[in-house]
Write a protein that binds this ligand. Structure first.
Ligand SMILES: [Zn+2]
Length: 616
């Protein structure tokens, strides 16, 4: 608590009581109520405190945040979120690391204490040039932008914890079959790793219970006269990231974000840290205006309603939403709850004023703004050079010959739902699982026409040359292979009882409303064949005796090790038939694994169809 010995503290107490009296008749509550109150309080504190705000006795701290950058180094397109809506429905075109650098430079001008951080999902980069270079381009750009730290987003776990720590942070080579790394960056240097560190307080190793990276960091700000004051950032990750499709990591588990936040806030407070910020990769939604907030909902607002009043601000990500709100803490005192969009669309700026003696945040003087990363400023040459360098590298990598095909692999299905491309994908998954000692599988299944959701089989591998100038007949380019299969998911090997595996074969025919049915076939690996009878009722169409796996009929009394994409196994395809699988083992990610498969099978010939056949 502040004492009344200090003039600024006395002034502050007065401000506090005025704000509380005028706006906080209730301190509990429903988010909707809380929001309305928060908005009023925000406006009120601005009106009241212009004199106090400029007072030099406080220590000014600027927090700058981006989130869900996802490797969008180049200016984005409309489909990538380049047009955002501001006050009064005004549309602003945003995005691009080159503009981001300029805006950051301007925002930092004249700030003694400026801290720039991310709320996670810096990668995976979805742009090909970033994804196919092991996310190293994103690290080079974030280093150049001066990023200081980041929470772990779910996508930071898309490869592995070792990849995150050893490769992304430390720059050590981390070769995985099909994935190359430690590329030469735009300065001619081999990849050196991030100049910043990752943190999370609620993702732990399942065996030891230890967090995968440190849970929080403390930054020291200049309070003048050679004194420093601490600000702690508690980092939190989407609960359940370890069972999400892309970030499926069997060795990890999540702890409650709220419990970890409150526990650490209490510990930090006890240690004398009086300024604490939550940096969480979870999120919410609160209307369209990127610099305001209405009708908030989502997990970050639940957290905000319950997180310790010792926390001065909550910065979030993951939902790719844009809002800037002041939401009352459990004591009714407003604090920023903000999300700065995605793909470099916004920079959130929070201005804290600290009591120079105690380091406490003078909460009523907190301000928060979401700034559009608009394109009406000059491009920063260094960042645009980095972006252009990697775009050019991406083009080269795309055009690298990878393998040969002697005929077309296409997604065109026969009556049994089989296609040469689908079978190739299933053969790849089976091969990939069996490259891993713990991943060994009896068979592989790949969904080629999901009930709902995305399809991992995204392209054909045609014999005829494509439009790329480097292509010739029969050649598969690196980029063509990358684009033909995968959406960034790992191949998992899991255990299913024989009865459940049989149910998976039956689940290819899905009853629909109105008595119709939908055919949602799986491609099976080359060591599997079966017959089906569509004249029979759904659920009785595949006789287990006709299902041959490695030359033996499907045995309903034994367990099978089955390889499939995580997305399919966790129900992303709209089927629950795999629910309850056990002993998951993570093999390679689809893109890199498929590249490895083609490197190991440099000449591919489509096998005749016929793994699934109608009975008559
Ligand atoms: Zn995310």
């Amino acid at each position: 608590m502040r004492t009344n010995a200090h003039p600024s503290a006395r002034k502050q107490v007065a401000v506090n009581s005025r704000i509380r009296r005028r706006t906080f008749l209730t301190t509990t509550g429903a988010i909707a109520t809380a929001t309305a109150v928060g908005d009023v309080a925000y406006a009120t504190s601005h009106a009241l405190d212009n004199a106090a705000y400029g007072a030099s006795e406080y220590v000014d701290v600027q927090l700058l945040n981006i989130t869900d950058f996802h490797g969008y180094l180049q200016p984005t397109t409309p489909s990538q979120g380049s047009v955002i809506t501001g006050a009064g429905g005004v549309q602003v075109t945003v995005g691009g690391a080159g503009y981001l650098a300029t805006h950051l430079k301007r925002l930092r001008e004249g700030q003694r204490n400026s801290i720039f951080f991310s709320s996670g999902d810096n990668f995976n980069g979805w742009p090909f040039e970033v994804d196919a270079h092991a996310n190293e381009p994103t690290i080079e750009a974030l280093n150049a932008l001066g990023l200081q730290f980041s929470t772990v987003g779910n996508h930071e776990l898309d490869h592995s914890v070792d990849f995150l720590v050893d490769h992304m942070e430390k720059g050590k080579p981390y070769p995985v079959s099909g994935r190359d790394d430690n590329f030469v960056d735009s300065t001619g240097q081999r990849f050196q790793g991030a100049n910043f560190r990752f943190y999370t307080a609620n993702i732990v190793h399942a065996d030891t219970g230890r967090t995968i990276v440190p849970p929080y960091n403390i930054e020291w700000v200049d309070a003048g006269g050679g004194r420093k004051l601490p600000i702690a950032f508690i980092h939190l990750t989407l609960v359940g990231s370890e069972v999400g499709s892309t970030s499926y990591q069997p060795g990890l588990r999540s702890l409650s974000d709220l419990e970890q936040a409150n526990k650490l806030a209490a510990q930090l407070k006890k240690r004398g840290v009086n300024a604490i910020v939550i940096n969480i990769h979870d999120g919410g939604v609160a209307g369209n205006d990127y610099n305001a907030g209405t009708n908030p909902s989502g997990p970050v607002f639940q957290l905000a309603a319950n997180a310790s009043p010792d926390i001065a601000a909550i910065v979030t990500g993951h939902w790719h939403c844009r809002f800037n709100m002041m939401v009352p803490d459990p004591n009714g005192v407003p604090r920023p709850v903000v999300e700065a969009g995605n793909h470099g669309s916004l920079i959130n700026e929070i201005n804290l004023k600290l009591d120079p003696r105690t380091g406490e945040v003078i909460r009523e003087l907190t301000r928060s703004t979401n700034h559009a990363n608009s394109r009406d400023v000059p491009l920063d040459e260094e960042l645009q050079y980095i972006a252009d360098y990697w775009t050019a590298q991406g083009k080269k990598r795309y055009a690298t010959p990878l393998a040969r095909v002697t005929a077309d692999f296409t997604r065109t299905p026969n009556a049994s739902g089989e296609s040469t491309m689908g079978n190739l994908a299933a053969d790849f998954a089976y091969w990939d699982a069996n490259q891993h000692r713990d991943g060994r599988a009896d068979l592989a299944l790949i969904s080629v026409k999901p009930v709902s959701g995305s399809n991992a089989v995204t392209g054909d591998l045609l014999f005829a040359k494509g439009t790329n100038p480097s292509d010739v007949d029969g050649t598969v380019l690196f980029g063509e292979a990358w684009g033909a299969f995968g959406y960034g998911n790992p191949i998992l090997t899991v255990t299913l009882p024989g009865t459940q595996l049989h149910a998976a074969f039956e689940a290819q025919w899905v009853p629909q409303a109105g008595g119709t049915e939908k055919f949602a076939p799986f491609a099976v690996s080359q060591n599997v064949s079966y017959t089906y009878d569509t004249t029979k009722p759904i659920g009785q169409r595949v006789d287990p005796a006709t299902v041959q796996i490695n030359g033996k009929p499907l045995d309903l009394t034994r367990d099978y090790r089955v390889a499939a994409l995580a997305y399919t196994l966790i129900g992303g395809d709209g089927t629950t038939v795999f629910a309850g699988f056990t002993d998951p083992v993570r093999n390679d990610r689809d893109h890199e694994g498929f590249i490895a498969y083609l490197r190991a099978h440099p000449v591919l010939t489509p096998a005749p169809l016929g793994r699934a056949r109608p009975v008559s």
